[in-house]
Design a protein around this ligand. Structure first.
Ligand SMILES: Nc1nc2c(c(=O)[nH]1)N[C@@H](CN(C=O)c1ccc(C(=O)N[C@@H](CCC(=O)O)C(=O)O)cc1)CN2
Length: 285
């Protein structure tokens, strides 16, 4: 069997078109959605990602404001800037690109963003809302993974899902979203004794570790859906995920590529959260 590909680029394009129509409707009533993107320091990958976010916003007819700060900015200055953006009625979403320089506490920064503008879905209030099944912003990467499952008509209800990775921004929210969709969920991590024992039983595997070849063909149940969140570089500098793509595609039923899988969906779901934030603000008056 050769797995079918879940094309993140194509799905993201559909989502962007839908967001653009919603943004146009808001612009017609004078409420153009606005996203503030904060970049601290000169991490080359982060610079590329924030440029993409700005471009995505413009493509969808939304306003974006990119604020770049030197790596030496103090935490207090950064928090003050976020507080000002919280008060700005033309800004509906705020995100601070991660990672941050070591002297800045990322959780403190995230908690300073108003939950109403937390379009990354990283605020503890957003995490709590996800935990108890209340409305709130969902972190873009796992949200995008759920949309990918939906796009192939795959219902996680009653399925066994294994999430590899327990980060606050991917692994944990991914597990919560799958649980909410009535999957039976196992979270594996660096201290898991026999990873393959778990993944071989899984109908859905989400690999979110940040390490190449974490999932190989012998660890996958035939026909399983494999979602690769990883973003790594191989020895030749080529972008690759956490999954041994060539091996696993011979066994899985569906698989996401890297690049062109979860990455573009992460970007698309940021637009969805931003339009949602702007629509909620418009509804509040
Ligand atoms: N505040 C945030 N910081 C970070 C997040 C986040 O969601 N919010 N996630 C990552 C980086 N990230 C978005 O910020 C991100 C990374 C990569 C992609 C993407 O589209 N990747 C492409 C390949 C791009 C390339 O060639 O380098 C793909 O997979 O096809 C989207 C979003 C950490 N920080």
């Amino acid at each position: 069997m050769t797995a079918r590909l879940i094309d993140g680029n194509a799905l993201a394009q559909q989502i962007r078109s839908d967001v653009a129509a919603r943004a146009a409707a808001l612009t017609r009533i004078g409420r153009t959605p606005g996203l503030a993107v904060i970049l601290v320091g000169d991490n080359p990958a982060s610079q590329v990602y924030v440029q993409h976010k700005v471009k995505d916003c413009e493509g969808a007819g939304m306003r974006s404001v990119l604020e770049k700060y030197d790596a030496t900015i103090s935490q207090a200055e950064l928090l003050a800037r976020i507080q000002a953006l919280n008060e700005d009625p033309t800004i509906h979403g705020i995100l601070v690109q991660l990672p941050l320089p070591a002297h800045i506490d990322p959780q403190r920064v995230i908690e300073t963003i108003s939950p109403a503008k937390d379009v990354d879905g990283f605020h503890v209030q957003s995490a709590g809302a996800l935990m108890v099944g209340q409305p709130g912003f969902k972190p873009c990467t796992p949200y995008g993974c759920m949309k990918m499952l939906e796009s192939i008509g795959y219902d996680p209800k009653g399925k066994h899902a294994v999430v590899i990775g327990r980060s606050n921004i991917v692994g944990k929210p991914m597990a919560m979203m799958l649980l909410q969709a009535s999957a039976t969920v196992t979270i594996c991590h660096s201290a898991t004794a026999d990873l393959g024992h778990h993944t071989r039983q899984a109908d859905i595997v989400v690999a979110a570790v940040g390490k190449r070849n974490v999932l190989t063909a012998d660890m996958v149940k035939p026909g399983a859906v494999v979602i690769d969140v990883g973003m790594n570089r191989n020895e030749a500098g080529k972008l690759c995920g956490d999954v041994d793509f060539e091996g696993v595609r011979q066994v899985a039923g569906w698989i996401t590529p890297v690049p062109g899988g979860v990455g573009p969906m992460t970007r698309a779901m940021l637009l969805v959260n931003t339009i949602e934030a702007a629509e909620r603000a418009a509804a509040r008056g």
